[in-house]
Design a protein around this ligand. Structure first.
Ligand code: EPU
Length: 431
Protein backbone atom coordinates (compact mmCIF):
# COMPACT_ATOMS: atom_id res chain seq x y z
CA UNK A 1 0.00 0.00 0.00
CA UNK A 2 1.30 3.43 -0.95
CA UNK A 3 0.98 6.88 0.58
CA UNK A 4 1.83 10.24 -0.98
CA UNK A 5 4.21 12.46 0.97
CA UNK A 6 4.32 16.19 0.15
CA UNK A 7 6.55 18.90 1.54
CA UNK A 8 4.39 21.94 0.92
CA UNK A 9 5.25 25.48 -0.03
CA UNK A 10 7.28 24.96 -3.21
CA UNK A 11 6.02 27.09 -6.10
CA UNK A 12 4.91 25.31 -9.28
CA UNK A 13 6.53 26.42 -12.51
CA UNK A 14 6.74 24.92 -16.01
CA UNK A 15 4.52 22.88 -18.31
CA UNK A 16 2.25 19.91 -17.58
CA UNK A 17 0.71 17.78 -20.33
CA UNK A 18 -2.82 16.45 -19.98
CA UNK A 19 -3.79 12.88 -20.96
CA UNK A 20 -6.81 11.47 -22.75
CA UNK A 21 -10.10 11.76 -20.87
CA UNK A 22 -10.77 9.05 -18.28
CA UNK A 23 -14.54 9.39 -18.54
CA UNK A 24 -14.36 9.02 -22.34
CA UNK A 25 -11.92 6.11 -22.18
CA UNK A 26 -14.12 4.08 -19.83
CA UNK A 27 -17.03 4.36 -22.28
CA UNK A 28 -15.04 4.02 -25.53
CA UNK A 29 -13.58 0.65 -24.47
CA UNK A 30 -16.98 -1.02 -23.89
CA UNK A 31 -18.32 0.71 -27.04
CA UNK A 32 -15.60 -0.95 -29.12
CA UNK A 33 -17.18 -4.41 -28.70
CA UNK A 34 -20.14 -3.27 -30.81
CA UNK A 35 -17.91 -3.43 -33.90
CA UNK A 36 -17.24 -6.67 -35.75
CA UNK A 37 -13.63 -5.81 -36.61
CA UNK A 38 -10.65 -4.15 -34.95
CA UNK A 39 -11.05 -0.81 -33.17
CA UNK A 40 -7.91 1.21 -32.36
CA UNK A 41 -8.13 3.71 -29.55
CA UNK A 42 -5.33 6.22 -29.22
CA UNK A 43 -4.59 8.52 -26.29
CA UNK A 44 -5.80 6.23 -23.51
CA UNK A 45 -4.76 7.43 -20.05
CA UNK A 46 -2.51 4.98 -18.18
CA UNK A 47 -4.76 4.59 -15.12
CA UNK A 48 -6.10 1.62 -13.19
CA UNK A 49 -9.74 2.06 -14.35
CA UNK A 50 -8.55 1.54 -17.95
CA UNK A 51 -6.50 -1.53 -16.94
CA UNK A 52 -9.54 -3.03 -15.21
CA UNK A 53 -11.79 -2.47 -18.23
CA UNK A 54 -9.22 -3.91 -20.66
CA UNK A 55 -9.03 -6.98 -18.48
CA UNK A 56 -12.86 -7.32 -18.42
CA UNK A 57 -12.95 -7.05 -22.23
CA UNK A 58 -10.40 -9.89 -22.42
CA UNK A 59 -12.60 -11.94 -20.06
CA UNK A 60 -15.46 -11.71 -22.58
CA UNK A 61 -13.24 -12.80 -25.47
CA UNK A 62 -11.79 -9.59 -26.94
CA UNK A 63 -8.17 -9.70 -28.08
CA UNK A 64 -6.30 -6.64 -26.91
CA UNK A 65 -2.89 -5.65 -28.24
CA UNK A 66 -1.03 -2.57 -27.14
CA UNK A 67 1.50 -0.48 -29.09
CA UNK A 68 2.02 1.49 -25.89
CA UNK A 69 -0.24 1.85 -22.86
CA UNK A 70 -1.84 4.74 -24.76
CA UNK A 71 -2.68 2.96 -28.01
CA UNK A 72 -4.68 -0.25 -27.91
CA UNK A 73 -6.17 -2.39 -30.63
CA UNK A 74 -9.34 -4.21 -29.62
CA UNK A 75 -10.43 -7.12 -31.79
CA UNK A 76 -14.00 -7.84 -30.65
CA UNK A 77 -14.74 -10.53 -33.27
CA UNK A 78 -14.65 -13.39 -30.73
CA UNK A 79 -16.49 -11.69 -27.87
CA UNK A 80 -19.38 -13.58 -26.23
CA UNK A 81 -21.94 -12.58 -23.65
CA UNK A 82 -20.15 -13.99 -20.60
CA UNK A 83 -22.16 -13.25 -17.42
CA UNK A 84 -20.20 -10.85 -15.20
CA UNK A 85 -22.27 -10.74 -11.99
CA UNK A 86 -19.27 -10.24 -9.68
CA UNK A 87 -15.55 -9.58 -9.58
CA UNK A 88 -13.80 -6.86 -11.56
CA UNK A 89 -17.02 -5.10 -12.66
CA UNK A 90 -17.54 -4.04 -9.03
CA UNK A 91 -14.25 -2.14 -9.04
CA UNK A 92 -15.40 0.74 -11.20
CA UNK A 93 -18.53 2.69 -11.91
CA UNK A 94 -18.12 2.64 -15.66
CA UNK A 95 -18.54 -1.13 -15.88
CA UNK A 96 -22.22 -0.19 -16.32
CA UNK A 97 -21.37 0.66 -19.95
CA UNK A 98 -20.99 -3.08 -20.54
CA UNK A 99 -24.76 -3.31 -19.95
CA UNK A 100 -25.57 -1.09 -22.95
CA UNK A 101 -22.78 -2.47 -25.14
CA UNK A 102 -23.47 -6.16 -24.45
CA UNK A 103 -27.24 -5.70 -24.66
CA UNK A 104 -26.77 -3.90 -28.01
CA UNK A 105 -24.46 -6.56 -29.39
CA UNK A 106 -25.74 -9.84 -27.89
CA UNK A 107 -29.27 -8.84 -26.80
CA UNK A 108 -28.37 -10.15 -23.35
CA UNK A 109 -26.04 -9.21 -20.49
CA UNK A 110 -25.55 -10.03 -16.81
CA UNK A 111 -23.50 -7.38 -15.04
CA UNK A 112 -22.86 -6.79 -11.33
CA UNK A 113 -24.10 -3.43 -10.08
CA UNK A 114 -21.18 -1.03 -10.43
CA UNK A 115 -18.73 0.17 -7.78
CA UNK A 116 -16.60 3.31 -8.07
CA UNK A 117 -16.29 6.33 -5.81
CA UNK A 118 -18.88 6.61 -3.05
CA UNK A 119 -20.47 10.02 -3.56
CA UNK A 120 -23.79 9.30 -1.88
CA UNK A 121 -26.56 7.37 -3.66
CA UNK A 122 -25.83 6.82 -7.37
CA UNK A 123 -28.92 5.17 -8.83
CA UNK A 124 -29.05 3.83 -12.41
CA UNK A 125 -32.83 3.88 -12.80
CA UNK A 126 -32.62 6.06 -15.93
CA UNK A 127 -30.29 3.56 -17.63
CA UNK A 128 -32.79 0.80 -16.86
CA UNK A 129 -35.73 2.91 -18.05
CA UNK A 130 -33.90 3.37 -21.37
CA UNK A 131 -33.06 -0.35 -21.79
CA UNK A 132 -36.67 -1.29 -21.02
CA UNK A 133 -38.00 1.26 -23.51
CA UNK A 134 -35.82 -0.39 -26.16
CA UNK A 135 -37.50 -3.73 -25.39
CA UNK A 136 -35.19 -5.34 -22.81
CA UNK A 137 -36.45 -7.25 -19.80
CA UNK A 138 -34.34 -6.17 -16.82
CA UNK A 139 -34.20 -8.07 -13.54
CA UNK A 140 -32.08 -7.52 -10.47
CA UNK A 141 -30.84 -10.65 -8.71
CA UNK A 142 -28.40 -10.65 -5.83
CA UNK A 143 -26.77 -7.36 -6.79
CA UNK A 144 -26.48 -8.06 -10.52
CA UNK A 145 -28.64 -6.85 -13.39
CA UNK A 146 -29.85 -9.38 -15.96
CA UNK A 147 -30.86 -7.85 -19.29
CA UNK A 148 -32.47 -9.74 -22.11
CA UNK A 149 -34.32 -8.90 -25.33
CA UNK A 150 -35.56 -10.93 -28.31
CA UNK A 151 -35.03 -7.82 -30.35
CA UNK A 152 -34.20 -4.18 -29.55
CA UNK A 153 -36.52 -1.62 -31.11
CA UNK A 154 -35.94 2.14 -31.25
CA UNK A 155 -38.00 4.21 -28.81
CA UNK A 156 -38.57 7.75 -27.56
CA UNK A 157 -36.91 8.08 -24.15
CA UNK A 158 -37.16 11.12 -21.89
CA UNK A 159 -34.55 11.18 -19.14
CA UNK A 160 -36.07 12.39 -15.85
CA UNK A 161 -32.57 13.31 -14.66
CA UNK A 162 -29.83 14.61 -16.96
CA UNK A 163 -27.34 11.76 -16.72
CA UNK A 164 -24.00 11.23 -18.46
CA UNK A 165 -24.06 7.48 -17.82
CA UNK A 166 -27.67 6.95 -18.93
CA UNK A 167 -27.22 9.04 -22.11
CA UNK A 168 -24.14 7.04 -23.18
CA UNK A 169 -25.57 3.67 -22.13
CA UNK A 170 -28.79 4.21 -24.10
CA UNK A 171 -26.74 5.29 -27.16
CA UNK A 172 -24.71 2.07 -26.88
CA UNK A 173 -27.83 -0.08 -26.73
CA UNK A 174 -29.67 1.86 -29.47
CA UNK A 175 -27.10 2.06 -32.29
CA UNK A 176 -27.81 -1.53 -33.39
CA UNK A 177 -31.54 -1.48 -32.48
CA UNK A 178 -34.17 -1.59 -35.21
CA UNK A 179 -35.54 1.86 -36.11
CA UNK A 180 -35.28 5.27 -34.56
CA UNK A 181 -34.40 6.16 -30.95
CA UNK A 182 -34.76 9.64 -29.50
CA UNK A 183 -33.12 10.53 -26.18
CA UNK A 184 -34.73 13.68 -24.76
CA UNK A 185 -33.20 15.72 -21.92
CA UNK A 186 -29.87 14.12 -22.83
CA UNK A 187 -26.61 15.13 -21.14
CA UNK A 188 -24.19 17.25 -23.22
CA UNK A 189 -20.76 16.51 -21.73
CA UNK A 190 -17.80 16.48 -24.18
CA UNK A 191 -17.23 12.80 -23.30
CA UNK A 192 -20.67 11.99 -24.75
CA UNK A 193 -19.69 13.70 -28.01
CA UNK A 194 -16.45 11.68 -27.99
CA UNK A 195 -18.34 8.39 -27.65
CA UNK A 196 -20.78 9.40 -30.40
CA UNK A 197 -17.81 10.27 -32.65
CA UNK A 198 -16.37 6.78 -32.17
CA UNK A 199 -19.75 5.14 -32.82
CA UNK A 200 -20.29 7.29 -35.93
CA UNK A 201 -16.84 6.32 -37.25
CA UNK A 202 -17.89 2.70 -36.64
CA UNK A 203 -20.88 3.27 -38.94
CA UNK A 204 -23.60 4.36 -36.49
CA UNK A 205 -26.15 7.01 -37.42
CA UNK A 206 -26.35 9.53 -34.54
CA UNK A 207 -27.53 13.16 -34.75
CA UNK A 208 -27.89 15.97 -32.21
CA UNK A 209 -25.15 14.98 -29.77
CA UNK A 210 -24.18 17.97 -27.63
CA UNK A 211 -27.84 19.17 -27.59
CA UNK A 212 -30.79 18.10 -25.40
CA UNK A 213 -32.11 15.73 -28.04
CA UNK A 214 -30.13 12.89 -29.56
CA UNK A 215 -31.57 11.02 -32.54
CA UNK A 216 -30.27 7.58 -33.48
CA UNK A 217 -31.25 5.54 -36.52
CA UNK A 218 -30.33 1.91 -35.89
CA UNK A 219 -27.95 0.15 -38.32
CA UNK A 220 -27.38 -3.59 -38.90
CA UNK A 221 -23.63 -3.70 -38.37
CA UNK A 222 -20.76 -1.66 -37.04
CA UNK A 223 -17.16 -1.92 -38.19
CA UNK A 224 -13.73 -1.13 -36.75
CA UNK A 225 -12.03 2.27 -36.93
CA UNK A 226 -9.27 4.38 -35.40
CA UNK A 227 -10.19 6.92 -32.75
CA UNK A 228 -8.20 9.47 -30.72
CA UNK A 229 -9.61 10.39 -27.31
CA UNK A 230 -10.26 14.02 -26.33
CA UNK A 231 -8.05 15.55 -23.58
CA UNK A 232 -9.24 15.07 -20.01
CA UNK A 233 -10.95 18.33 -18.99
CA UNK A 234 -11.05 17.25 -15.35
CA UNK A 235 -7.35 16.39 -15.21
CA UNK A 236 -6.63 19.71 -16.97
CA UNK A 237 -8.91 21.55 -14.53
CA UNK A 238 -7.16 19.91 -11.58
CA UNK A 239 -3.77 21.24 -12.74
CA UNK A 240 -5.29 24.64 -13.51
CA UNK A 241 -6.55 24.77 -9.91
CA UNK A 242 -3.20 23.55 -8.55
CA UNK A 243 -1.50 26.30 -10.57
CA UNK A 244 -3.90 28.93 -9.23
CA UNK A 245 -3.29 27.65 -5.70
CA UNK A 246 0.47 27.23 -5.68
CA UNK A 247 1.77 28.25 -9.11
CA UNK A 248 4.15 30.97 -10.16
CA UNK A 249 3.75 30.47 -13.89
CA UNK A 250 2.28 27.21 -15.20
CA UNK A 251 1.32 26.13 -18.72
CA UNK A 252 -1.27 23.38 -19.12
CA UNK A 253 -0.76 21.66 -22.46
CA UNK A 254 -3.18 19.50 -24.50
CA UNK A 255 -6.38 21.08 -23.27
CA UNK A 256 -9.55 22.23 -25.03
CA UNK A 257 -10.12 25.55 -23.20
CA UNK A 258 -13.81 25.69 -24.26
CA UNK A 259 -14.41 22.52 -22.18
CA UNK A 260 -13.36 24.43 -19.05
CA UNK A 261 -15.23 27.70 -19.53
CA UNK A 262 -17.15 27.57 -16.25
CA UNK A 263 -13.95 26.95 -14.25
CA UNK A 264 -11.96 29.60 -16.11
CA UNK A 265 -14.75 32.18 -15.61
CA UNK A 266 -14.72 31.56 -11.84
CA UNK A 267 -10.93 31.77 -11.67
CA UNK A 268 -10.92 35.08 -13.57
CA UNK A 269 -13.57 36.36 -11.12
CA UNK A 270 -11.14 35.48 -8.31
CA UNK A 271 -8.30 37.42 -9.93
CA UNK A 272 -6.33 34.57 -11.52
CA UNK A 273 -4.68 35.60 -14.80
CA UNK A 274 -5.33 33.13 -17.63
CA UNK A 275 -3.84 33.29 -21.10
CA UNK A 276 -5.73 31.08 -23.52
CA UNK A 277 -4.15 29.44 -26.58
CA UNK A 278 -5.68 26.88 -28.96
CA UNK A 279 -4.55 23.90 -26.87
CA UNK A 280 -2.82 25.57 -23.94
CA UNK A 281 -3.61 27.60 -20.86
CA UNK A 282 -1.08 29.72 -19.00
CA UNK A 283 -1.91 30.45 -15.38
CA UNK A 284 -0.38 33.18 -13.22
CA UNK A 285 -1.76 34.10 -9.83
CA UNK A 286 -1.60 37.36 -7.88
CA UNK A 287 -0.93 37.27 -4.12
CA UNK A 288 -4.51 38.09 -3.20
CA UNK A 289 -7.52 36.18 -4.52
CA UNK A 290 -11.17 37.14 -4.05
CA UNK A 291 -13.71 34.66 -2.70
CA UNK A 292 -16.41 33.30 -5.06
CA UNK A 293 -19.43 31.02 -4.71
CA UNK A 294 -19.78 27.93 -6.88
CA UNK A 295 -22.69 25.64 -7.61
CA UNK A 296 -22.04 22.47 -9.58
CA UNK A 297 -24.38 21.79 -12.48
CA UNK A 298 -24.56 19.54 -15.52
CA UNK A 299 -22.31 20.55 -18.44
CA UNK A 300 -21.63 23.34 -19.37
CA UNK A 301 -22.10 24.32 -15.70
CA UNK A 302 -19.36 24.02 -13.09
CA UNK A 303 -18.33 20.33 -13.01
CA UNK A 304 -18.92 18.35 -9.83
CA UNK A 305 -15.60 16.58 -10.47
CA UNK A 306 -13.74 19.86 -9.88
CA UNK A 307 -15.74 20.93 -6.83
CA UNK A 308 -13.42 19.19 -4.36
CA UNK A 309 -10.11 20.54 -5.76
CA UNK A 310 -11.70 24.00 -6.10
CA UNK A 311 -12.79 23.99 -2.44
CA UNK A 312 -9.13 23.59 -1.46
CA UNK A 313 -8.19 26.65 -3.56
CA UNK A 314 -10.94 28.69 -1.89
CA UNK A 315 -9.15 28.36 1.49
CA UNK A 316 -6.64 30.95 0.30
CA UNK A 317 -9.16 33.53 -0.94
CA UNK A 318 -10.14 36.66 1.03
CA UNK A 319 -13.65 36.38 2.44
CA UNK A 320 -16.36 33.75 2.49
CA UNK A 321 -17.17 31.36 -0.36
CA UNK A 322 -20.15 29.01 -0.60
CA UNK A 323 -19.78 25.67 -2.40
CA UNK A 324 -22.92 23.75 -3.36
CA UNK A 325 -22.85 20.43 -5.23
CA UNK A 326 -26.25 19.94 -6.85
CA UNK A 327 -25.13 16.74 -8.63
CA UNK A 328 -23.76 14.81 -5.63
CA UNK A 329 -24.92 16.52 -2.41
CA UNK A 330 -22.83 14.09 -0.32
CA UNK A 331 -19.57 14.77 -2.18
CA UNK A 332 -18.14 16.49 0.87
CA UNK A 333 -15.84 13.86 2.38
CA UNK A 334 -12.77 15.98 1.70
CA UNK A 335 -14.02 18.72 4.03
CA UNK A 336 -13.12 16.92 7.30
CA UNK A 337 -9.66 16.21 5.94
CA UNK A 338 -9.15 19.84 4.88
CA UNK A 339 -10.19 20.90 8.40
CA UNK A 340 -7.41 18.71 9.80
CA UNK A 341 -5.12 20.86 7.66
CA UNK A 342 -6.38 24.08 9.30
CA UNK A 343 -9.06 25.00 6.75
CA UNK A 344 -12.02 26.99 8.12
CA UNK A 345 -15.00 25.26 6.51
CA UNK A 346 -18.52 24.76 7.89
CA UNK A 347 -21.23 22.62 6.38
CA UNK A 348 -24.65 24.25 6.44
CA UNK A 349 -27.75 23.03 4.64
CA UNK A 350 -25.70 20.83 2.31
CA UNK A 351 -23.31 23.64 1.31
CA UNK A 352 -19.72 24.10 2.40
CA UNK A 353 -18.91 27.60 3.67
CA UNK A 354 -15.22 28.35 3.31
CA UNK A 355 -13.67 31.29 5.17
CA UNK A 356 -10.26 32.54 4.14
CA UNK A 357 -7.54 33.24 3.75
CA UNK A 358 -5.85 30.62 5.94
CA UNK A 359 -2.40 29.07 5.73
CA UNK A 360 -3.01 25.32 5.40
CA UNK A 361 -0.79 23.11 7.54
CA UNK A 362 0.54 19.65 6.72
CA UNK A 363 -1.28 16.70 8.32
CA UNK A 364 -2.02 12.96 7.96
CA UNK A 365 -5.12 12.70 5.77
CA UNK A 366 -7.05 10.09 3.81
CA UNK A 367 -8.39 10.31 0.24
CA UNK A 368 -11.92 8.85 0.39
CA UNK A 369 -12.45 9.06 -3.39
CA UNK A 370 -10.69 10.11 -6.58
CA UNK A 371 -11.37 13.86 -6.60
CA UNK A 372 -11.11 14.13 -2.80
CA UNK A 373 -7.60 12.74 -3.37
CA UNK A 374 -6.86 15.50 -5.90
CA UNK A 375 -8.14 18.14 -3.47
CA UNK A 376 -5.83 16.83 -0.72
CA UNK A 377 -2.80 16.74 -3.02
CA UNK A 378 -3.40 20.42 -3.87
CA UNK A 379 -3.84 21.16 -0.15
CA UNK A 380 -0.53 19.40 0.53
CA UNK A 381 1.22 21.54 -2.11
CA UNK A 382 -0.15 24.73 -0.45
CA UNK A 383 0.62 23.70 3.14
CA UNK A 384 3.30 24.65 5.61
CA UNK A 385 5.13 21.43 6.54
CA UNK A 386 4.60 17.84 5.46
CA UNK A 387 1.36 16.13 4.41
CA UNK A 388 0.89 12.37 4.13
CA UNK A 389 -2.07 11.12 2.08
CA UNK A 390 -3.38 7.56 2.24
CA UNK A 391 -6.07 6.10 -0.05
CA UNK A 392 -3.72 6.63 -3.01
CA UNK A 393 -5.42 3.81 -4.94
CA UNK A 394 -8.37 6.17 -5.49
CA UNK A 395 -6.08 8.76 -7.10
CA UNK A 396 -4.45 6.13 -9.33
CA UNK A 397 -7.88 5.19 -10.69
CA UNK A 398 -8.11 8.50 -12.52
CA UNK A 399 -4.84 10.47 -12.65
CA UNK A 400 -1.91 9.21 -14.71
CA UNK A 401 1.48 9.79 -13.03
CA UNK A 402 0.25 12.63 -10.84
CA UNK A 403 3.31 12.70 -8.58
CA UNK A 404 5.72 12.64 -11.56
CA UNK A 405 3.86 15.47 -13.28
CA UNK A 406 3.93 17.60 -10.12
CA UNK A 407 7.65 16.89 -9.58
CA UNK A 408 8.27 18.23 -13.08
CA UNK A 409 6.50 21.41 -12.01
CA UNK A 410 8.81 21.77 -9.01
CA UNK A 411 6.73 20.16 -6.24
CA UNK A 412 8.40 18.16 -3.49
CA UNK A 413 6.14 15.09 -3.64
CA UNK A 414 6.76 11.35 -3.65
CA UNK A 415 4.97 8.02 -3.33
CA UNK A 416 6.16 5.78 -0.51
CA UNK A 417 5.25 2.31 0.67
CA UNK A 418 3.34 2.42 3.95
CA UNK A 419 4.97 0.58 6.84
CA UNK A 420 3.13 -2.36 8.45
CA UNK A 421 2.54 -0.20 11.54
CA UNK A 422 0.97 2.59 9.45
CA UNK A 423 -1.32 0.09 7.71
CA UNK A 424 -2.42 -1.32 11.08
CA UNK A 425 -3.06 2.19 12.44
CA UNK A 426 -5.07 3.12 9.37
CA UNK A 427 -7.17 -0.04 9.72
CA UNK A 428 -7.85 0.77 13.39
CA UNK A 429 -9.02 4.28 12.42
CA UNK A 430 -11.32 2.79 9.80
CA UNK A 431 -13.09 0.49 12.30
N1 EPU B 1 -28.83 9.82 -11.60
C1 EPU B 1 -30.04 9.26 -11.30
N2 EPU B 1 -30.44 8.15 -11.99
C2 EPU B 1 -29.68 7.61 -12.97
C3 EPU B 1 -28.43 8.18 -13.27
C4 EPU B 1 -28.03 9.30 -12.57
O1 EPU B 1 -30.76 9.74 -10.40
O2 EPU B 1 -30.11 6.60 -13.56
C5 EPU B 1 -28.38 11.03 -10.86
C6 EPU B 1 -27.10 10.79 -10.07
O3 EPU B 1 -27.37 10.26 -8.79
C7 EPU B 1 -26.49 12.16 -10.03
C8 EPU B 1 -26.90 12.76 -11.37
O4 EPU B 1 -28.01 12.00 -11.82
O5 EPU B 1 -27.06 12.92 -9.00
C9 EPU B 1 -25.85 12.75 -12.44
O6 EPU B 1 -25.30 11.45 -12.57
P1 EPU B 1 -24.62 10.93 -13.93
O7 EPU B 1 -25.38 9.72 -14.37
O8 EPU B 1 -24.48 12.06 -14.86
O9 EPU B 1 -23.20 10.47 -13.40
P2 EPU B 1 -22.41 9.18 -13.77
O10 EPU B 1 -22.61 8.87 -15.21
O11 EPU B 1 -22.63 8.11 -12.79
C10 EPU B 1 -20.30 10.49 -14.57
C11 EPU B 1 -18.83 10.45 -14.24
C12 EPU B 1 -18.60 11.06 -12.87
C13 EPU B 1 -19.16 12.47 -12.84
C14 EPU B 1 -20.64 12.48 -13.25
C15 EPU B 1 -21.24 13.86 -13.35
C16 EPU B 1 -18.10 8.49 -15.40
C17 EPU B 1 -17.61 7.10 -15.32
N3 EPU B 1 -18.38 9.08 -14.25
O12 EPU B 1 -20.92 9.70 -13.58
O13 EPU B 1 -17.19 11.11 -12.72
O14 EPU B 1 -19.03 12.99 -11.54
O15 EPU B 1 -20.78 11.84 -14.53
O16 EPU B 1 -20.57 14.61 -14.29
O17 EPU B 1 -18.19 9.06 -16.48
C18 EPU B 1 -15.17 11.12 -11.52
O18 EPU B 1 -14.60 11.14 -12.62
O19 EPU B 1 -14.59 11.33 -10.42
C19 EPU B 1 -16.61 10.88 -11.49
C20 EPU B 1 -17.26 10.50 -10.38
Amino acid sequence: MDKIVIEGGHPLKGTVRVNGAKNSAVALLPASILADSEVTIDGLPDISDVDTLNSILEDIGATITKDTNQTVHIDPSSTVSVPLPNGKVKKLRASYYLMGAMLGKFKRAAIGLPGGCYLGPRPIDQHIKGFEALGAKVTNEKGALYLEADELRGARIYLDVVSVGATINIMLAAVLAKGKTTIENAAKEPEIIDVATLLTNMGANIKGVGTDIIRIEGVDKLHGCVHTIIPDRIEAGTYVIAAAAQGEDVVIDNVIPEHLESLLAKLREMGVVIEQGDEQLRITTPNKLTSVDIKTLVYPGFPTDLQQPFTTLLTKTEGTSIVTDTIYQARLKHIDELRRMNAKIKIEGGSAIVTGPVQLEGAFVKASDLRAGASLVIAGLMSKGNTEITGVEHIERGYEKMTEKLIQLGANIRSEKMSQREIEQMNIQLK
